[in-house]
Write a protein that binds this ligand. Structure first.
Ligand code: FAD
Ligand code: MLT
Ligand code: ZN
Length: 486
């Protein structure tokens, strides 16, 4: 992928003045800055190792007041800021550009749970809280915070909000956008917007918090959030099924929704190639079924106390699906530990594909009813373009999201395969559009897809996005060059 020329970041200085950097150091204290090259290194490369950036400084403020002070200095002196959470994002949005004139602002030290209100069913957290820690805090109050994804041990809620993360619970609980009630945001001029309201009903004009959700750090820095909590399910039933094909998986989804009384929490499609890569790369994993199959579906039902009826519903749905030829074999987890073993197979796919090397990701969505056709058309096109390409079409199909990932043909050169990125973009994204889909279901745009956004987003939508950006961040200091191409 082509790097952005330095001159394209028009409003941003190439080398921030030493005096401004000294003021930033003073604002956050010695603990709040990293300037040593070795210590800075992990903040300068993205999760997929597509980009190697540089930065004038990595700043790690400990409070909203410190974030506000840093942003005010940057606004005054035209220093661009790249907000960073757990740095697990897939589109290069948290990585500074190569010119080195930006600072990285990492939220990791702001990791307090500020409040938990079990009666209001809300938790108020700082942006740097790791997602798994929020889940644990909710559990401690006998509640559920349902956002769940493979990176949950590392990603931070500020990053989840800024990418509007999806994950495995969207079918039942929605995207991150649906889980937030209030936000605290440091605006690009350094002012703090206190929108930390825990209200489920608030029709007082525009829903400002939603502007910052999914903005990938381009409109402001989220410093805290009020999140919704839910009742913790008392019964959870998980099955790993071999299904005939993706069409059978979608038919099973409908049967599962009806048969469980709308208690399906997750439906995850897994082709054999993904399972093979996990078994090969991830220690301690094993095939859960006796014989290999081409396609699998991880199905989870969850509910309050049904007196064990949920298990009966799952068994009934699977038995009938077997009789109809949709399911070929299945295993149901008999304990929480077995459940984790099954989920580990699914959650390790991203890691296994990374370890395999040379991959191109298409995180796309199409209407659920068109998933099977889309996978067939995409697979045929990809194989036509590069014979031997390995298609990993997996993921959260219950909500229409397919991770249509490509791995280089076995033994092929990784760099040469990545050299085909642009050609694959056109091939796959044109098909996505033909099926009425989106070129980014949950990972966002960042740097990887900003050219694609410019190509596929309707001009009026792009115009409105640019107008918003200009109004809220007129000096273009907030993650410039991400989402919207310069
Ligand atoms: P980062 O990567 O640090 O940042 C992401 C973006 O948010 C950047 O634009 C950054 O500038 C901005 N940002 C971060 N913090 C703030 C803040 N406080 N204020 C303003 N902007 C901020 N994603 C999914 O949606 N679903 C999945 O199922 C999923 N599975 C994954 C599995 C694995 C193994 C991995 C490695 C990643 C996965 N992801 C998934 C991608 C990633 O985990 C999510 O995008 C996550 O939400 C990013 O959070 P983060 O804290 O790592 O953010
Ligand atoms: C997942 O759901 O595992 C990730 O979002 C997919 C990916 O890394 O491509
Ligand atoms: Zn995903």
């Amino acid at each position: 992928m082509a790097a952005v020329p330095v001159q394209a970041i028009a409003t941003v200085l190439k080398s921030p003045p030493a005096e401004a950097l000294a003021r930033i150091r003073d604002a956050v204290g010695a603990k709040g800055v990293i300037a040593d090259a070795t210590e800075m290194a992990p903040y300068l490369v993205d999760e997929r190792h597509l980009y190697q950036g540089r930065a004038a400084l990595v700043v790690r403020p400990a409070s909203t007041a410190e974030v506000a002070a840093v942003v005010a200095i940057c606004a005054e002196t035209d220093i661009a800021i790249v907000p960073q959470g757990g740095n697990t994002g897939m589109v290069g949005a948290a990585t500074p550009f190569e010119h080195g004139g930006e600072i990285v602002l990492s939220l990791g030290r702001m990791n307090r749970v500020r409040a938990l209100d079990p009666l209001n069913r809300t938790i108020t957290v700082e942006a740097g809280c790791i997602l798994a820690n929020i889940q644990k805090a909710a559990e401690g109050a006998d509640c559920l915070f349902p956002l769940s994804l493979g990176a949950e041990g590392t990603c931070q809620i500020g990053g989840n909000l800024s990418t509007n993360a999806g994950g495995v619970g969207v079918l039942r609980y929605g995207m991150t956008r649906d889980l937030v009630l209030g936000l605290e945001v440091v605006l690009p001029d350094g002012r703090v917007w206190d929108g930390l309201r825990g209200l489920r009903k608030d029709n007082t004009g525009y829903d400002l918090k939603q502007l910052f959700v999914g903005a990938e750090g381009t409109l402001g820095i989220i410093t805290a959030a009020v999140l919704k909590l839910f009742a913790r399910p008392r019964e959870v039933e998980t099955a790993f099924c071999a299904v005939r094909d993706p069409a059978a998986a979608i038919e099973l989804l409908g049967r599962a929704a009806t048969g469980s009384g709308d208690n399906v929490t997750a439906i995850e499609l897994i082709p054999r190639i993904c399972l093979d890569l996990v078994l090969h790369h991830v220690p301690g994993t094993a095939d859960p079924l006796a014989a290999p199959h081409d396609w699998y579906l991880l199905v989870e039902f969850s509910a309050g106390d049904t007196g064990g009826a949920l298990r009966g519903s799952l068994e009934r749905v699977l038995t009938e699906a077997m009789e109809a030829g949709l399911v070929r074999d299945a295993t149901i987890a008999a304990s929480a530990q077995q459940r984790q073993v099954l989920w580990r197979l699914r959650e390790s796919i991203a890691e296994a594909q990374k370890l395999e090397g040379g991959n191109i990701k298409y995180d796309v969505s199409v209407p659920v009813s068109r998933i099977a056709e889309f996978i067939a058309a995409g697979t045929q096109a990809a194989r036509g373009a590069v014979p031997g390409v390995r298609v990993l079409a997996f993921g959260h199909v219950g909500d229409g999201n397919v991770h249509f990932n490509l791995s280089r043909p076995e033994g092929a050169d990784a760099a040469a395969f990545l050299g085909r990125y642009e050609a694959f973009n056109r091939l796959i994204h044109d098909i996505v559009v033909r099926y009425g889909g989106s070129i980014s279901a949950e990972h966002g745009i960042g740097r990887v897809k900003r050219g694609e956004l410019a190509r596929y987003k309707p001009p009026l939508e792009l115009e409105l996005m640019r107008a918003l950006k200009k109004t809220i961040d007129p000096k273009n200091i907030m993650n410039p060059g991400k989402v919207l191409a310069p």
